[in-house]
Design a protein around this ligand. Sequence first.
Ligand code: ADA
Length: 578
Amino acid sequence: MIRTFQQHLLRDCRFLNGLWDFVFDKDNIGLEQQWYKSFPDRSDQMPVPACWNNELGKYDYEGVAWYRTFINLEKDSHIRLLFHAVLGHADVYLDGNHLGYHFGGYTPFQFVVPHVSTGIHELIVRTDSTLTRNTIPTHVVDWFHYGGIIRPVELQLLPDVSIDKLTLTYKMTAETSANVELKVKLLSLIDCEQEVPLALYRDGQLIYEHKVVASAQGKTELTITQSWDGLVRWDADNPKLYSIRAVASSDDHTDRIGFRTIEVQNKRILLNGKELYLQGVNRHEEHPEWGFAFPNKLMTKDLDIIMEMGCNTVRGSHYPQSEYWLDLLDERGIVYWSEIPIWGASIPAADLADPIFIQRAITMMDEMIDRDLHHPSILFWSVHNEIDTRSKEAYELSLELIKLVRSKDQSRLVVYATMHPMYDICLNLFDVIGINYYGGWYFGHVEFAQMLSVFHERCKEYGADHIPVLLTEFGGAGIYGDSGWEPRLFSEDYQAELLSNALKLFRSDANISGTYVWQFADTRAELHGPMPHFRDRARSFNNKGIVNEYRKPKLAYRVVKNIYTDNSDPYFMGSTLK
Ligand code: ADA
C-alpha cells in the first residue's frame, strides 16, 4: 500500500513490485551499447522496491544499474507508469523508447503512454546513484549512499478521460467553517471532445455534480468554490480527517484533508490559535536491512515508539518520506517538519549558486509540495539544512526557494535549519528558525548557553527577534550497550547526560518553542567512499540515535521520555505539554 487508504476504487491499478532483471553498469557502457533495446543476458535479479546495497555482495556499489520487467496487457490500453521513488538519476524506456528522465530520489514521477497495444511490453529503467558536487544530496552527506528503486512502481490503466489531479485548498473563515477551493484536472488521451459526468464527494456525501466537456488530447481544469460549515478542526487530541473523492465517469481519485490554521505571532507558533510547544525527534526513514526502502509495518512501530516517549512532532530528516508515513502522522495528530535533501554542512558556498543545483532544489521542493499538499500534519516546509547561511549564495538560494514555496502554498510555515546560529545572515527570511548545534559533542568549546545568548542578540540585530526558534538538532553518540559507571564519550551514559542537560536548558528558555533530538534511531553512515568526513562513525553508523538501528531503547530514550512526559518540571517555559 502506498497510502493507508485506497486512492482508487474504479481505476485499474497494479503494482509492478517483485523481482526485476538487474545488472550493474560499472563502466557506464549501457547507453552506448543500447541496453535499453537489448538488455544484457548476464543479468541478475533484484527486488523492487529495495536498495541494492542491502543484497549480498552489493553493499558498497555507487553508480549506474539497469532494471527490467515486463508488462502484460490483456487489451489495448492507455497506461500510466508511476514510480514512487527512484534514487538519483532515472531514465525510463518502454519497448526500447525513451519515455523520459527524472532526477530526485524521494518523490514520485510518472509517464502516461496512450494506446499501448495488447500483449507483453518491456520496461527498462537505468538508474544512477552517483553523488557529485551538484546532485542533491551532494557527494558529502552523512547517510549511506544507497541506490535503487526504493518505493513501489505502479501500472495504472487509464480510461480515455481520466482524473489527472485533485487539489483542495481552504481558508478557515470561523472556528468550524472554511472557504474551500477544489480543482479537478481531467486528462484526455483521445482526439475528440468528450462529455464526462463529474461528481465530488466529501466523506461519501455528494457535494458537487456536473457534466464537463473534456477537450481533446490535453487537460481540462475545473475550479469549484464552496463554503463548508460544521467542520471539526484537526489537532493532536482529535486529528479529524475528511475524505474527498472525485469520480469522472469510470475513473476516480480519493485523498484526505484536515482543517486547521497555523501561524506565528510574537515568537510563538500557533496551531488553531493555540500556542504549540514542540517535543520531537529527527527521524531518518532508514533501516539496516531495508535501507531507504522502508517497509510500512516498521513505520507503525517507529511511530508507536516516538509517541510512547511523549513526542508531538517529528522532523523528517532530511528528505521527503513515504506517503504512508505521512498518513499515519495525519491519523495520530503528530505535527511534521518536511524537507528536501539539501544537506549542506560541507557544501562550499560557491556551489550553492550552481544553476543545476538550484534547478534541482526547485524541482524537489515543487514535487514535494505537489505530492504532500493535503497532509494536515505537515506544518513546516523546510528548504535546506546546514548550508553556509553566512554567505550571500545561501541568502540568494533561500530567497529563491522561499518564493517558490509561498507561490505554491501560503498555508504553512517556511523554515530551515542553521548550523551557524551566531553568524547567520538569513535569520529574518523565514517564518521559523531551526538551530542545529552540537554543544557537548563537536562543539564542546562553545556551550549551548553561550551560543544561545549570542544568537538571541544576533536575532535582534537582524530584525528577527519576533521569529519563533526551534532547536532542530542536538545530541551525541551513544553506542548501544556501552554503559558503565561514568559518562565516557560514546557511552549510553554520556549521551543521556548530554541530552538531559540540553533539554533542561532549552525548555527553560522562553525564547525557544520546541526541540527535536538528533536522532531517533542509529543510521548507517558513509565511510568507505573517497571522502573521509565521517571517520568518527563507530560501527559505520551515526550512533546518535536514542534507539539503536533495530529500535532497541538506549538510556537516552528513557531520559528523554521522562523529560517529554513530565508535566511538572519547574523550569519548563512552554505552554502546552502533551
Ligand atoms: C548535522 C546533520 C545531521 C547529522 C548530524 C551529526 O547536524 O544535519 O544529518 O549529520 O549533523 O550527527 O553530526
